[in-house]
Ligand binder design. Structure first.
Ligand code: NAD
Ligand code: DAU
Length: 353
């Protein structure tokens, strides 16, 4: 049995759906159902006894202790986090509470449980921490992509909180011998992503005839990976990763934001044409994100050579699947666009930008 945290969110939900499509091994899904958590993403698992959903916080240590004791998971896959950079600028507190303190709580309760296992179970146990390339900081155009040896230089409250959690995970291995693994992945896109992030925001706004906000000059670069490929990388690391190691995960697919947005517009012109004209007419340059990292890029050679992992989607195939998914799941989008969502959009994209 796996204990998966944050699997009502974007990547966690994709991970659990992919996992249960291929494996009989049950999953306990611990999720606090913040604004980013949505049980509707897992509706296809209703009635499936392999998916045990527990609404709860990773800071709730009595609950964690009870879950470890009851289910005796052989591994933890830790996705739960506050994940949106812009929100970390408006309100960093929740990022420290969940990403730093929550990871600490989860590690400590895992350690108490792990200490009581017999030797064979101890060495088989895994704590896999899902992290981000943002911990490495920002690259200049001529810099090589991030390797696992790159020093941490986090620049936003979000990336600083994730870097802190990565350090905790590392220390729990070095000091206590816990069998941990860490993955640092680049930007994901795909089904079930909350429409505060660039790709789904652009799709949803375009279909509603609203402006497509591009921060600054639109030349910031991200390394885009289809979410299903991130999930397959996590499965590889869980199965074959060397204990105590970190693995960078990326698609060798650097693109500027403006190119990503133009690609989405052109696909929408093909798949959902608008009688008012091409969607690119909606592109609108707005005030830049404070401290906006210029470029991320992942050197994925370690996971490729050690574990034989490769992405199966190109950006062209992955983004088409993603847009098709959003076009087919308009109800899902409508349901996540609650009052709280609209308040966030009003707050982040103030009039006058
Ligand atoms: P998300 O914001 O879509 O989902 C996060 C989930 O965690 C939600 O379901 C939320 O309810 C849950 N959660 C938040 N606080 C919690 C708490 N205190 N206790 C229990 N559950 C809580 O995030 P995502 O995009 O799916 O990212 C998942 C993980 O992957 C994060 O750790 C993130 O840092 C990392 N990551 C994301 C990306 C990306 O591009 N989205 C890339 C690399 C790494
Ligand atoms: O690199 C991995 C990270 O990718 C993850 O760790 C984070 O959880 C995830 O949110 C993502 O962070 P980014 O800040 O890169 O993603 P976001 O979708 O918010 O923005 C992508 C780029 O697009 C970034 O350069 C900012 C820009 N952007 C974003 C929004 C929301 C815009 O230009 N306009 C927008 O409205």
């Amino acid at each position: 049995m796996l204990l998966v945290t944050g699997a009502a969110g974007f990547i966690g939900a994709n991970f659990v759906l992919d996992w249960l499509a291929a494996s009989a091994e049950p999953v306990i899904n611990l999720d606090a159902l913040t604004y980013a958590g949505n049980r509707e993403s897992l509706v296809s698992l209703q009635g499936d006894s392999r998916h045990i959903f527990v609404k709860g916080d990773i800071n709730d240590r009595p609950l964690l202790s009870q879950l470890y004791a009851t289910y005796k998971p052989r591994a933890v896959v830790h996705f739960a986090a506050e994940s949106h950079v812009d929100r970390s600028i408006h309100g960093p507190g929740a990022f420290i509470t969940t990403n730093v303190n929550g990871t600490f709580s989860l590690l400590e309760e895992a350690r108490l449980f792990w200490n009581k296992l017999d030797d064979a179970e101890k060495s088989d146990f895994r704590f896999l921490h899902v992290s981000t390339d943002e911990v490495y900081g920002s690259l200049a155009p001529e810099d090589p992509p991030f390797a696992e040896t790159k020093a941490f230089e986090p620049n936003s409250p979000y990336s600083a909180s994730k870097a802190a959690s990565d350090h905790l995970v590392r220390a729990w291995h070095h000091t206590f011998g816990m069998p941990v693994l860490t993955t640092n992945c680049s930007n994901n896109y795909g089904p079930f992503q909350f429409p505060e992030k660039l790709v789904p925001l652009v799709v949803v706004n375009a279909l509603a005839g609203k402006p497509l906000p591009i921060y600054g000059d639109g030349a910031n670069v991200r390394d885009w990976l289809f979410v299903g490929d991130h999930c397959s990388a996590i499965r590889s690391v869980l199965e074959k990763g060397r204990v105590g190691e970190t693995y960078n995960v990326g698609g060798w697919n650097e693109m500027s934001n403006i190119d990503v947005v133009r690609t989405i517009c052109r696909l929408l012109d093909e798949l959902a044409p608008d009688s008012d004209g091409p969607y690119e007419r909606l592109i609108s340059f707005v005030k830049d994100r404070p401290g906006h990292d210029r470029r991320y890029a992942i050197d994925a050679r370690k996971i490729e050579s050690e574990l034989g992992w490769r992405p199966s989607e190109t950006f062209a195939t992955g983004i088409r699947k993603t847009i098709e998914w959003y076009l087919k799941h308009k109800q899902w989008v409508l349901h996540v666009q609650s009052g709280a969502y609209r308040e966030w959009i009003d707050r982040n994209y103030e009039v006058g930008q």
